[in-house]
Design a protein around this ligand. Structure first.
Ligand code: GLN
Length: 547
């Protein structure tokens, strides 16, 4: 589409400056002015997608409706914009090369020597323009992963240079996100690293149009002038991005700094339409003024790295704001939960969430946590592996099937209550072969979930190989573990609940991926509500005891 405008976001000086949050915040402001915006992330690593990466390497693997396993930044985009992303929104070097090599094998290059320039760069340019050409967007924001100067991001930088030249300065611009370090010994903010990184970008033929400067301290007018002069940008295009207490403050901070206005001016787009952030600010008000607090235990095995459970943590923030409570999340390593430690680690909590995961490590601790929550009527939420652990726990401790297990953990168990789906049995490739993306689920009447969703048919995103084994359904139901969600086409069990328990829900899918600021996920909202009720009962009991 000729009229789609492109904004590229590059990073300099240091990694982890939050390009994703800046891109999402700019997109939010443009959306709030009525523009149709999407964001794309280009990742310079060779994995075809992050699905094969350990969460310790790269944080959570985010999943879209169309079943793409993607970078966690796409989660920020969806949470900020409340619109769906897809496979086209995340492209890696692996995917680019895979597609070029497949074309070469099909003979599509007609005998030419296939090279980084132009073949790889052309493929990158095509991938960037796919979203623009769909006609669905006025503005496409493309975030280039990594830091300028990295060997692996060179083809991306060259593709951006070419596109900018082809599209012209009023149709494409580059935002460079950089760091202004503060030297406490000198009491000074330093601009030199930024000057160098802008120069590195320039060596590749790209002039940064806008500088977004991460800083711990306010940038003075003098410093802004200096940055503008030495980095060759207009002074109004030097944007301060000061450390914020929450990522959800960043759109307002960018609005104050005029980032959206500078972008619109350069792209020659209307800028008299004031951004409407009313709903966003309502959320912020509730988030910042909680009436009480609850503590939830997040039981997982990747707890050392916060990014491993990014979407779950964000879903708690949305659900907390909705309930006007502060949700404190205590990360608990499942490997360290055993009979001796369990009470110490869990008894003080107001709710337990058993996290998704893969493999054998930490499984028994998760099962113990489920048992504790079930027996003590502590609100319980099991997600994916967490739901599978709930089924195992119930089979072992209520049905009495002592060796009940998942075949993922014990291939030879005589009671495989969680087993491999038929279509998964012959799979040898690990990448992109799980049950992925959005699947329908029918909810049972009079269940906690149908009450929470206020619907009878939902669609939620999946990422797993193993399933609740239907052969145990009758026994489990009779013993009190009710199936309250089923895939209408395949009959696969998606949700289990214990009706006798105040709030005990296990879901085979990942509700956290669909929680956004505008639409907090109904199950997280209901879980936090149950945790508040539990916490109030605890307080009442203490008062009663004291009196
Ligand atoms: N490892 C389990 C499976 O593959 C659960 C996956 C998950 O929690 N995402 O079925």
């Amino acid at each position: 589409m000729a009229n789609t405008k492109y904004v590229f976001v590059t990073g300099g000086v240091s990694s982890s400056l939050g390009k994703g949050i800046i891109a999402a915040s700019l997109a939010k402001l443009l959306q709030a002015r009525g523009y149709r915006v999407t964001i794309q992330k280009l990742d310079p690593y060779i994995n075809v997608d992050p699905g094969t990466l350990n969460p310790y390497e790269h944080g959570e693997c985010y999943v879209t409706d169309d079943g793409a396993e993607t970078d966690l930044d796409l989660g920020h985009y969806e949470r900020f914009l409340n619109t769906s992303t897809s496979q086209a929104n995340n492209v890696t070097t692996g995917r680019i090369y895979q597609s070029v090599i497949e074309k070469e094998r099909r003979g599509e290059f007609l005998g030419k020597t296939v090279q980084v320039v132009p073949h790889i760069t052309n493929e990158i340019k095509e991938r960037i323009q796919i979203l623009g050409k769909s006609g669905d967007y006025d503005i496409v924001i493309t975030e280039i992963g990594g830091t300028v100067g990295d060997i692996e991001s060179l083809p991306y930088i060259e593709a951006v240079r070419q596109l900018k030249w082809e599209l012209g300065d009023t149709n494409a611009l580059v935002i460079h996100l950089t760091l202004i370090p503060y030297l406490s010994a000198a009491g000074e903010l330093k601009t030199k690293p930024t000057q160098h990184s802008v120069k590195t970008l320039m060596e590749s033929g790209i002039k940064a149009d806008i500088l977004v400067c991460r800083t711990e301290h306010e940038l003075s007018e003098d410093l802004r002038r200096k940055l503008a002069l030495f980095c060759n940008v207009r002074q109004e295009a030097v944007i301060q991005s000061i450390d914020a207490s929450t990522i959800y403050d960043v759109p307002n901070l960018m609005l104050e700094e005029g980032l959206d206005a500078v972008v619109l001016k350069q792209l020659v787009l209307r800028d008299d339409n004031v951004p409407n952030l009313d709903k966003w600010n309502d959320f912020l008000k509730r988030h910042k003024n909680p009436k009480c607090e609850v503590t939830i235990g997040l039981i997982g095995k990747y707890v050392e790295l916060q990014d491993s459970y990014k979407s779950i943590l964000e879903a708690f923030i949305h659900a907390g704001a909705e309930n006007e409570v502060k949700v404190n999340v205590e990360s608990i390593h499942s490997e360290y939960i055993d009979d001796k430690t369990i009470a110490n680690k869990i008894a003080h909590l107001d709710g337990v969430l058993v996290a998704p995961g893969f493999g054998e490590r930490g499984i028994e601790g998760k099962i113990k946590a489920v048992q504790f929550a079930r027996e003590n009527k502590l609100p319980f939420f099991g997600i994916c592996l967490g739901m599978q652990m709930a089924v195992i726990e119930y089979s072992r401790n209520v049905l009495g099937l002592k060796d009940a297990c998942s075949v993922e953990v014990d291939e030879n168990t005589t009671n495989p209550v969680i087993s491999l789906m038929e279509e998964q049995k012959n799979i040898t490739d690990m990448g992109g072969t799980m049950r992925l993306g959005a699947w329908d689920c029918e909810l049972a009447d009079d269940s906690k979930v149908s009450e929470a969703y206020g619907a009878s048919l939902i669609a939620e995103r999946h990422r797993h190989r193993y399933e609740y084994n239907d052969q145990y359904k009758e026994q489990l139901e009779k013993a009190g573990l009710r199936t309250t969600g089923t895939n209408p086409k395949t009959g696969l069990v998606e949700i289990v609940e214990i009706p006798e328990h105040p709030w005990f829900v296990g879901v085979q899918y990942h509700p956290e991926y669909k929680s956004t600021v505008a639409n907090p996920h109904p199950l997280f909202v209901a879980f936090i509500k149950a945790a508040v009720e539990y916490s109030n009962c605890k307080k009442d009991a203490k008062v009663a005891q004291g009196s």
